[in-house]
Design a protein around this ligand. Structure first.
Ligand code: DGL
Length: 264
């Protein structure tokens, strides 16, 4: 493994690009390979065994491309498969979990909303994190059923999507939440809608920045950080289904970077 190799990032679809955005801000000189497992999205309603098998496939694919570290840019994949991956591979893995720790630390109402997939909310890792870091506050969990499906079809603000999102968020407001934790990497793309639905006192948080900082720390610790401080790294996007949406995301959010989209 050398520090010149790229960093691999994967998700069930476009969700992990919200993490990639933070990664490139924190690590502008690194090269990245983003892999969207679009034909298998969404992961949120799959069994643990299915999620592990898909993660193994994605990791093997990224390792074949020569990645030096892998960011599992998906809460569902992390909470169900990260321990398996760490046990079976030598490469360092960075995972992502709902940011309930900072929310619990700063909540004044002692009520926190968590919007995530079924796969994340039902995982033992999520329950362990909740016990360890948020035992003093009330966590109100909501499964965002159907949201990822809409987004993977390029729908970020239709009336149907708004109504669906509102049906998840409204009951939380009755619980006096002052934090809404976005426990799925797709959901930051819904922040404009959420801001219309939530009063300004409710803070929306996700784990993107924390993941980017952790990635930087681990690269340094493993002596894998790219040493070329003078040039901006490049990003290659791959998707195994239709790559139309990935193309739109690339053009809208990664315009200042040297990017390349390859279909398969
Ligand atoms: N973006 C993923 C997550 O963070 C996966 C969503 C899905 O495929 O259901 O959970």
């Amino acid at each position: 493994m050398t520090n010149k190799q790229p960093i691999g990032v994967f998700d069930s679809g476009i969700g992990g690009t919200t993490i990639l955005k933070e990664l490139i801000k924190e690590l502008p000189n690194e090269d990245f390979i983003y892999y969207a497992d679009t034909i298998n999205a969404p992961y949120g309603e799959k069994s643990k065994e299915e999620i592990i098998a898909l993660c193994v496939k994605n990791v093997n694919w990224l390792l074949n491309k020569g990645c030096k570290l892998i960011v599992v840019a998906c809460n569902t994949a992390t909470t169900n498969a990260i321990s398996y991956l760490r046990e079976h591979y030598d490469v360092p893995f960075i995972g992502i979990e709902p940011a309930i720790k900072p929310a619990a630390l700063h909540s004044k109402t002692q009520n926190i909303g968590v919007l995530a997939t079924k796969g994340t909310l039902s995982s033992p890792l999520f329950h362990k994190t909740m016990k360890t870091h948020a035992s003093d506050v009330k966590i109100h969990e909501v499964i965002g059923k159907g949201l990822v499906r809409h987004m993977e079809q390029g729908d970020f603000d239709s009336l149907t999507l708004r109504n669906l999102l509102n049906s998840y968020v409204s009951p939380l407001l009755e619980k006096q939440i002052d934090f809404l934790v976005l426990g799925c990497t797709h959901y930051p793309y819904l922040i404009p809608l959420l801001k219309e639905m939530l009063p300004s006192e409710v803070l929306i948080i996700d784990s993107g920045l924390a993941v980017a900082k952790q990635t930087s720390r681990i690269l340094k610790k493993e002596v894998l950080k790219c040493q070329n401080d003078n040039s901006i790294g490049k990003i290659c996007f791959f998707g195994n289904g239709t790559t139309e949406l990935l193309k739109i995301i690339q053009k809208t959010h990664f315009i200042d970077y040297k990017t390349l989209l390859i279909d398969n």
